[in-house]
Structures are given as structure tokens and as C-alpha cells.
Design a binder for this molecule. Structure first.
Ligand code: EPZ
Length: 417
């Protein structure tokens, strides 16, 4: 299995370009099935999760061409597609769940293996199934297979118990092809939801309220193909900004929407980093030791849960005591035990971690527990004295395209073995 060897202690300099957003691209790939037409997506990241979504598309009969250099993906689903996804690959990522909504809307019936994804909590699918049945579908979840079918789909008023990203995506897809108007209250407001709704509107969907707590969707008889450029990945970009800060360097992240990173930028400034922003880039400079800050993860526009793990090593080296509280997932501190091997002083207390800053971390042999946990270990290794090995990096490569190349390009001593 591949792993990274990282020599720590080198301040990162220069600039890093972001990839297209993983948590937009994977959902757009599924939504392309809503139109029995051709769809072209630009700025699609060449990462394992995208390749898995493409594989599922091909398995059910869509024609796909992905130019990984140009990050350009064309999908042709004019022909028949099977509405049943029983390939084990579907249980390797959470985003496969979005095929449920797309195929229920397109074929009026579908079945898919229970999705996978990071081991960060139970991650049930009850909001999705409750929403599908509100729109007229019968749903069942037996033997690890989710099945839905609907003679007809009728618009309804739906209230989400929690602003779930995945459930917002799935219910919006079904509503675009349901009869009449659907109102979904308490939806997710993430930038990836706005990007998703913009894509559907370009396909002919009638959607109002993207980026607010309420979506109003007027059903249409069909959708047509379109071309769309995926928004920049705010979580990848934020990860590299933290890399700049933790190594005491001066780094610019290019092709980013600064507003999408507001909660992170505010916290980094509070900790003492210097941030400058332009239209499509953010620069960070962190000379000297940062100060402790407290963080609580919330749905957008709160502090993103997907950047929570990356803040732990940064605050492990800050002056003072920081508290990070995770409110979105139940089990998202799996990298803490690995960071302790490097000398971090961290206590887990329920849904929070209490971090006593230390002067330095030392390199160690580390195992990535999941995608963002693995990224946090890379950040710790970049700042530690001496050399570290970060293993199980297939988790990291699910969501970060060419991480070692991008880091090496800004001065890091990192090798992929
Ligand atoms: C999406 O996951 C992202 N993944 C996650 O990114 C991200 O952390 C999450 O949204 C929150 O922003 C993709 O978009 C592929 P949720 P999703 O439904 O849709 C509970 C990463 O690192 N819930 O908003 O699965 C759920 O258990 C990944 O890139 C239910 O209880 O997240 C969680 O506690 C990790 N029932 C909370 O809601 C449901 O039916 C938020 O989940 C659905 C969700």
C-alpha cells in the first residue's frame, strides 16, 4: 500500500491551485442522469471518488469520457440505463446515494447498495427515504439494499429535520421532475448546493431559493443536457491554507471563492495568521506561534465539519488551550490517537476535543483513519521535527488530487512510496 514520507519543518511558500469541488462534482455526475441527453462538466477533479462515480455510470449503461488532464467529463445518457446499482463500488462512497434521487426521478424506480463513505458516524439515510415517500415513492431498506419506486411523483411541502447536504441534493432532484410545486424547508445552504441548483437550472429546472433555508421547486416534464464548470473545492483550498499556517510559511491558494471560506479565514485570523484576499485567491502568512482559538462545527455558513480535523494539529502547536466541538458527525476525532504519537496533548471529552498547545511535534509512523483525518496527519507531519510516514493514503487520495505534487510545488519535502 502506498504511503507518504514527509520531512517536517519547512515553511511552505508560493502558490497552490485548487481542484474542482469533490462534494459538488460527485453529485453533478449523478444528476446528469436527470436529462436523457449529453452533459459536459469542466473542472472535475481527477480523484478516486469521481472515478468511482464514473464507473457506476458506465456500469448502468451511460457513455462517459473523462479527460483527466483537462478535467473535462462528458456524459451521454440518451440511451437506456439500468436503474439498479448493485455493484459493490456503490458501498465504497457516500455520494453513490445521489444516484437514488436521479434514477427515481428518471426511471420512477431504482435500487442501490447502502452507501459507504468515511467512518465518521452512523450516517443513516432516513431523511432521504422520508422525503422520497412524501413525494409519492414507496421505499424499502432490506439486506443492505435501498429500493424506491413511484407510479407518479407529486410535489409536496417537506420539512428536513436537519439541513442534510445529501438529502437536500436527492430531494431536489426528485422534485424537479415531480408534478406540481415542492417546497423543502430547512435545507442545506452549502456552496455546493448552490452550484448544484445552478446546474439543474441550466438543464431547465425551475428552482428558487438556492443558498437559503428554503427551496421552491416547480416540476417540469423533462430536463435537457448542458455544460457546467464545477466550483473550486473550498475544503481542499482550506486544507492548504492551514498547511501554510502550520509550517509558518507564506502561501497563496488560487482559484478559490474567499467567501466560501469565511468561517475558516476568521478563525485563522483570530489565531494570529495574516490573511489577504483577492477575487479568486487567498494568501496566508503565519510568522511565529499562533494563539489558541475555540471552534464549533455547524452546517454552512458555520465552521465546516470537513475542515475540523485539519485544525487539530494547527491548534496542537498554538499557545494556550483550544476546544473544538463537532456537532455534525458523531465520530470525527479518529486522527487524535495518531497525533498523540507525535507529542500532541489532546483530550477527547464527548463531542469535543480539548487541545493544550505544545512547542513542537515530532515525526512518527502514522495511519490515516479516513479522508480528512488523513489530511490532518499530513499537516502535522509537515510541521513536525524530523520525518514522518503517513500510511493508508488511499483515504486521502479519495478527495485530494495530486496532493504530494501540490505540496512539493510549494517547498514541502514529501515523497509518495
Ligand atoms: C456531505 O455528506 C459531504 N459529502 C460530507 O463531506 C460533509 O461532511 C457533509 O455533507 C456535511 O457537510 C458529500 O457531499 C459527498 P449530511 P452527507 O447528510 O450528505 C445525518 C468529506 O469529508 N443524517 O449533511 O452524508 C448524518 O449522519 C465528506 O468530504 C441523518 O441522520 O452529510 C450527519 O450526522 C465527509 N439522516 C448529518 O445528518 C440522513 O438521512 C449531516 O449529514 C442524512 C444525514
Amino acid at each position: 500500500m502506498s504511503y507518504y514520507i514527509i520531512e517536517g519543518g519547512i515553511p511552505l511558500k508560493g502558490s497552490i491551485h485548487t481542484q474542482g469541488a469533490k462534494n459538488s462534482a460527485v453529485h453533478l455526475i449523478a444528476a446528469s442522469l436527470l436529462a436523457k441527453d449529453e452533459v459536459t462538466l469542466e473542472n472535475v477533479p481527477a480523484i478516486a471518488d469521481v472515478l468511482k462515480m464514473i464507473k457506476i455510470l458506465e456500469k448502468i449503461g451511460a457513455k462517459v469520457a473523462f479527460d483527466q488532464q483537462k478535467h473535462s467529463l462528458s456524459i451521454d445518457s440518451r440511451g437506456p440505463v439500468s436503474p439498479h446499482i448493485i455493484d459493490p463500488i456503490a458501498s465504497e462512497l457516500r455520494a453513490s446515494l445521489s444516484f437514488l434521487g436521479a434514477l427515481l426521478a428518471r426511471e420512477r424506480e431504482t435500487s442501490i447498495l447502502f452507501p459507504g463513505g468515511c467512518n465518521i458516524g452512523s450516517r443513516p439515510v432516513d431523511f432521504h427515504l422520508k422525503g422520497f415517500s412524501a413525494l409519492g415513492a414507496e421505499t424499502s431498506l432490506e439486506h443492505g439494499l435501498i429500493q424506491t419506486k413511484a407510479a407518479r411523483l407529486t410535489g409536496k411541502r417537506i420539512y428536513l429535520d436537519y439541513p442534510s447536504v445529501g438529502a437536500t441534493i436527492n430531494l431536489t432532484m426528485v422534485a424537479t421532475l415531480a408534478k406540481g410545486e415542492t417546497i423543502i424547508e430547512n435545507v442545506a445552504e452549502e456552496p455546493e448546493i448552490v452550484d448544484f441548483c445552478n446546474f439543474l437550472k441550466k438543464m431547465g429546472a425551475k428552482i428558487k431559493g438556492a443558498g437559503t433555508k428554503r427551496l421552491c421547486i416547480k416540476g417540469v416534464p423533462y430536463l435537457h443536457g448542458t455544460k457546467h464548470r464545477v466550483i473550486p473545492d473550498r475544503i481542499e483550498g482550506g486544507t492548504y491554507l492551514i498547511a501554510g499556517a502550520i509550517t509558518g510559511g507564506e502561501l497563496t491558494v488560487k482559484e478559490i471563492v474567499p467567501q466560501h471560506l469565511e468561517p475558516l479565514l476568521v478563525k485563522l485570523q483570530e489565531a494570529g495568521a495574516q490573511i489577504t484576499q483577492a477575487k479568486d485567491r487567498v494568501s496566508i502568512k503565519a510568522k511565529g506561534r499562533l494563539k489558541a482559538v475555540n471552534i464549533k462545527t455547524m452546517p454552512y455558513p458555520g465552521f465546516p465539519t470537513d475542515l475540523q480535523n485539519q485544525m487539530i494539529p494547527l491548534l496542537a502547536l498554538a499557545e494556550g488551550t483550544s476546544v473544538i466541538t463537532e456537532t455534525v458527525f458523531e465520530n470525527r476525532f479518529l486522527s487524535v490517537s495518531e497525533l498523540r504519537k507525535m507529542g500532541a496533548n489532546i483530550r477527547i471529552e464527548g463531542q469535543s476535543v480539548v487541545i493544550q498547545g505544545v512547542e513542537s511535534l515530532t515525526g512518527a509512523k502514522l495511519a490515516s483513519p479516513n479522508l480528512r483525518g488523513g489530511a490532518s496527519l499530513v499537516l502535522a507531519a509537515l510541521a513536525a521535527n524530523g520525518s514522518s510516514e503517513v500510511h493508508d493514503i488511499e483515504h486521502v487520495e479519495r478527495g485530494y488530487e495530486k496532493m504530494e505534487e501540490k505540496l512539493r510545488g510549494s517547498g514541502a519535502k514529501i515523497r509518495r512510496i
